[in-house]
Write a protein that binds this ligand. Structure first.
Ligand code: C5P
Length: 403
């Protein structure tokens, strides 16, 4: 499943879709582009044809049969995912009322695949009651998944809502949809995820830490959002997140802050996934001022850090699912054995075991490999995949074993 059909309507954000098309084509994903008449005023069909290595279709192609069949039917049947970006107020209204007056809108009606749509317009236009009504109408349609516009400076120099989601966000959604076929099985669910490595400070400039970057935890949050969930992410890295709406973020630094945040958020969560690399030991004493080198203890007195997930487990309601991660060095067998032990010891429902001693898995990599094990003995080993795909495979495992 790797056919992405992209419908472009006439907004300046059309230029951002060049980046989307180019990235998809570079990844070997087949892309076809349909443009409305006004879209072609902003970016020429030649640009998209060159980037996608395919003709970019416009209304002048509408009645030209392809393989002896109407073009809109051919394209509609070809598509695995249909991305509409940008969606103007005009096209939004047509979609909301099932109109079909050009190649793009006809193809939408002829297609059955999931549709991702990313509106873009001036804030005043966006906030018109009629536009909001059309937007609300499409949000209720199970076939449509919205990539909501964000706040920012608009092409008309105004600052407000209406800016199309960045190409990075759109590309992450597409990656998810090509894997999940757009299923929204986490709709209405609240997911709590923690991510990144904690820092245990000795003084304001020195800490005991670990190399975790939080990439896997962030990918889990993203995957959950793409499947319709509302997500709370407790993150140790204050980096901008390519995610868009339905996400609440709390930034923490130490295990104690992480512990507090997790205790507060846990009662609201249906599924909690502890992907953070929380420290195991910290200095017994800490200083509020930077210690001169001469005052730094050469033998640091350490204490164990309380285990956060083990602390959450006894508060777990029967309707809640608590999942841990087990990052280990060693052979796959050793990693899985250690994970099974942690699953029991910490009172978890499931655990994701992954090796951190390979160049393609673990800390800071873009790919990962994991074995999922649940408390009933079900287990599943994933192939080496992107961290986003690992996240989807984890949700598939959880939805199958904890329906
Ligand atoms: O025992 P280990 O630290 O390897 O276990 C890893 C799992 O336990 C992860 O899910 C991690 O987020 C969680 N953990 C925790 N609190 C700690 C240490 C680990 O919640 N203090």
């Amino acid at each position: 499943m790797n056919h992405v059909l992209i419908g472009i309507s006439g907004g300046i954000a059309a230029y951002k879709v060049c980046e989307v098309v180019s990235s998809l084509a570079k990844r070997g994903i087949e892309v076809r582009v349909i443009m409305t008449r006004s879209a072609a005023e902003f970016v020429t069909p030649l640009t998209f044809a060159t980037l996608s290595r395919q003709p970019a279709y416009t209304d002048s192609d509408f009645w030209q049969p392809t393989n002896g069949r109407p073009l809109h039917i051919e394209l509609a049947e070809w598509a695995d995912v249909f991305l509409l970006a940008p969606v103007t107020a005009n096209t939004l209204a047509k979609l909301a009322y099932g109109m079909a007056d050009n190649l793009l809108t006809n193809t939408v009606l002829a297609s059955t695949c999931p549709i991702l749509f990313a509106p873009a317009m001036n804030t005043t236009m966006w906030l018109q009651p009629t536009v909001q009504e059309n937007w609300g109408k499409l949000l209720k349609d199970a076939r449509y998944t919205a990539i909501a516009p964000t706040d920012g400076i608009l092409a008309c120099d105004a600052v407000g809502t209406g800016r199309m989601a960045e190409p990075e966000i759109i590309l992450e959604y597409l990656e998810s949809f090509l894997f999940t076929k757009g299923k929204q099985d986490l709709k209405g669910k609240k997911i709590l995820v923690n991510a990144g490595g904690t820092r245990e400070f000795i003084d304001p400039v020195r800490f005991i830490g670990n190399p975790s970057t939080g990439k896997q935890g962030i990918a889990i949050a993203q995957a959950a959002i793409h499947r319709g969930a509302q997500v709370t992410l407790i993150n140790t890295a204050n980096s901008p997140l390519p995610m868009g709406e339905r996400l609440g973020v709390r930034i923490v630094r130490t295990s104690a802050e992480m512990h507090q945040a997790m205790l507060e958020e846990f009662p609201n969560a249906d599924i909690t996934i502890a992907a953070a690399a929380v420290g195991d030991v910290r200095s017994k004493s800490t200083s509020d001022r930077k210690l001169p080198k001469s005052e730094l203890p050469l033998n640091l007195e350490l204490e164990y850090i309380p285990d956060i997930v083990a602390d959450l487990a006894p508060h777990k309601r029967p309707d809640q699912i608590l999942v841990g991660f087990a990052a280990q060095t060693g052979t796959e067998e050793e990693v899985v054995t250690a994970a099974k032990d942690k699953l029991k010891r910490k009172g978890l429902d499931a655990i994701a075991a992954n090796a951190v001693n390979s160049s393609q898995t673990g800390f800071g990599t873009d790919t990962n490999q994991a074995t999922f094990i649940d408390k009933n003995g079900n287990n599943l080993s994933t192939p080496l995949s992107s961290k986003l795909e690992i996240a989807h495979r984890l949700f598939d495992f959880l939805m199958q074993n904890f329906p």
